[in-house]
Design a binder for this molecule. Sequence first.
Ligand code: NAP
Length: 291
Amino acid sequence: MSARIIDGFAIAQKIRSEIALEVSALKKDGSSPCLAVILVGENPASVSYVTAKKKALAEAGMADKSIDLSSETSEAELLNIIAGLNRDTSVHGILVQLPLPSHIDEQKVIAAIAPEKDVDGFHPVNAGKLLIGRPGFVPCTPYGITVLLKESGVPTDGAHAVIVGRSNIVGKPLALLLARKDINATVTLCHTGTKNLASFTRSADILIAAAGRPGIIGADMIKPGAAVIDVGVNRIPDNTKKSGFRLTGDVDFQAALDVAGLITPVPKGVGPMTIAMLLRNTLHAARGSFK
Ligand code: NAP
């Protein structure tokens, strides 16, 4: 048996084309979506994520207001910039690329963004809305995973979904989304305190690996025929690559192909969906969907 590989890149491209059409219609109505993208410092992974996000915005016909700050920027300076962007009516969304330098309190920065401009969906108001099932911005990666499952025809009603990882940006919001009545999965959320991880993952109809640990999910941890979503993006040193590294997921992909029913690759699985959902959220911000 060989698993069907879910082409996250192709699904994301389709969504991005749909968004581009919606953007051009919005522009005809006189509104031009604009996302402020704040980068503090020069972390290479952050630089490459921000570059990809800006390229996607441009391709969708949306503007970005780039704010590149030195790693020495103080927390007060950053909070002041965010306050200005909150007031700026030409800016619809605000994205602060994480992680921030250690002298800046990330939670304080996230909480400073106006909830109606919080396209990452990390603000406590949006996190709370997700918890109680009210409309609001949903974090892009979990949002993208739900769309990926739907577009790939994975049955979720009554399915057992097991998530490995409980971060605020992936695992926890994804657990809430999958447990929503319209998706209707039964969710198990695993973490480093989970005893006998394999006993949970082996019972998953849908297995989502979001631990940031390369190869932590082996083939023997997957139920035959399961849908496997690999969120992990790990940089492994590789001298054969010009960059000196290659990207790999949390799942032992080659071995998993023999067991899983469907599987996302890394790269070109979940990553492109995250960017597509950022565009979707920016469009929501421009329309004032969650004011
Ligand atoms: P994170 O904040 O480091 O959280 C990792 C989670 O995994 C934690 O809850 C941790 O448990 C759990 N974990 C770690 N090792 C484990 C183990 N051996 N067994 C069980 N649970 C374990 O990471 P994150 O920000 O959620 O990101 C996770 C991965 O997804 C990273 O590789 C990241 O690069 C990737 N990512 C990809 C995208 C994308 O668009 N493709 C977006 C976001 C993140 P504890 O809570 O107990 O510590």
